[in-house]
Design a binder for this molecule. Structure first.
Ligand code: GLU
Length: 379
């Protein structure tokens, strides 16, 4: 890779505010013993601590539950039946979480285990719930360690591979960088284990059918995600404004190595997570309701502030928390669009009221804002 491309990649990781790192089973679990690859994991934990010490937020997506649990249950090598993988995950997940808690604990990190299924990222209400929990954990300084909830996820509701799960998580937490640590160092024009003249691709700025074709087929044998799933993950990440890096994780200190310019493939996002989110809000075809606001609120929005319940005069339409609504100034002029933090029923209850009154009115403590400025676009 050329020096300039490597430097650009390294600075992309250094400049990221929120980084998701996906760790594959093949790296984390020693093939010969079926145990956690301890020294390696400790080196990665030191890298994570370095990022955090620089003020970067880190979320981990870790595979390895099945690989760790199968050995302990004495399951024979080879492909497992679904219920055997689920049983193995139930045993291995405890070991996995414990290993992370120990290695990050050495650096003073608090580890939070989060197990997700497909529905948690595809169904709107559950998505919002998971998003809130994850962002709260991050705000409180914990390091979420996420895996698929393999024990309950049956075939239809599985991701099956953590590459895609990691991309969904990156999108969910508005990460600006996702690193897939794997047993390959990036994308090649063909499978390098089969074609000796396969060329390495350091940077992808657009995922064309040609790029997808290059990824077809190659698979590592311990984890389930091959290059094709990594490119699929890149599509999700990039369209959410998150750049994705496929990097070799075998050596110790894999993140430090990327920062020092090690060879890897970057899928580059043009927009940031906030602008992508805003474009999506602006382009929503069917807002579910209307919030009529006073002149003071219009003024605040134009200054880049959030919409508070106090400035809302009237609520129209039926909508749920997280639905898109139109914001109308006096005279019914559309001034903004955004995602409401409250359902229409709750919004009606609290409109015109101060943030300090909300809890008493609603019976629970919700957000101070009706629409947070990150969820709002002026028109
Ligand atoms: N969720 C699985 C596990 O923890 C791994 C899936 C994958 O390797 O992508 O064992």
């Amino acid at each position: 890779m050329t020096g300039a491309v490597a430097a650009a990649g390294a600075s992309r990781l250094a400049a990221a505010r929120r980084v998701v790192v996906k760790v594959g089973s093949a790296l984390l679990v020693e093939r010969s013993t079926g145990h956690v690859h301890r020294a390696w994991l400790e080196s990665l934990a030191a890298d994570v601590a370095e990022l955090r010490a620089r003020g970067q937020e880190v979320v981990l997506v870790s595979s390895g539950a099945i690989a760790l649990g199968r050995r302990e249950l004495g399951l024979a090598p080879g492909k497992l039946r679904l219920e055997e993988s689920q049983a193995a995950a139930a045993v291995g997940q405890i070991r996995l979480a414990h290993a992370w808690k120990e290695v990050l604990g050495h650096h003073g990190g608090t580890v939070a285990q989060v197990l997700l299924t497909l529905g948690d990222t595809e169904e709107r209400r559950r998505y919002l719930n998971a998003r809130n929990t994850l962002t709260t954990l991050i705000r409180l300084g914990a390091v979420p360690v996420i895996n698929e909830n393999d024990t309950v996820a049956t075939a239809e509701i599985r991701y099956g591979d953590n590459d895609r799960l990691a991309a969904r998580v990156a999108q969910m937490v508005s990460a600006d960088c996702l690193v897939l640590l794997s047993d390959v160092d990036g994308l090649y024009t063909a499978d390098p284990t089969r074609s000796p003249d396969a060329r390495f691709i350091p940077e992808v700025s657009r995922i064309t059918p040609e790029i997808e074709a290059m990824a077809g087929g190659s698979a590592s044998d311990v984890g389930s995600g091959g290059m094709a799933t990594k490119v699929m993950a890149a599509k999700i990440a990039v369209s959410a404004g998150c750049s994705l890096c496929i990097a070799a994780g075998r050596e110790q200190h894999p993140l430090r190595r990327i920062a020092e310019g090690a060879r890897c493939t970057w899928f580059v996002a043009e927009a940031t997570p906030v602008t992508t989110r805003k474009q999506w809000i602006a382009g929503m075809l069917k807002p579910a309701g209307e919030l009529h606001v006073d002149q003071g609120a219009v003024h605040a929005l134009r200054e880049g502030r959030s919409l508070l319940p106090a400035g809302v005069l009237k609520v129209r339409g039926r909508f749920d928390r997280g639905d898109a609504v139109v914001v109308l100034a006096p005279g019914e002029v559309e001034v903004a669009r955004g995602l409401s933090a409250y359902s229409s029923a709750d919004a009606t209850r609290i409109c015109g009221r101060r943030s300090s009154e909300l809890e008493a009115l609603l019976g629970y403590r919700g957000r101070d804002e009706m629409i947070h400025r990150d969820d709002l676009v002026l028109v």
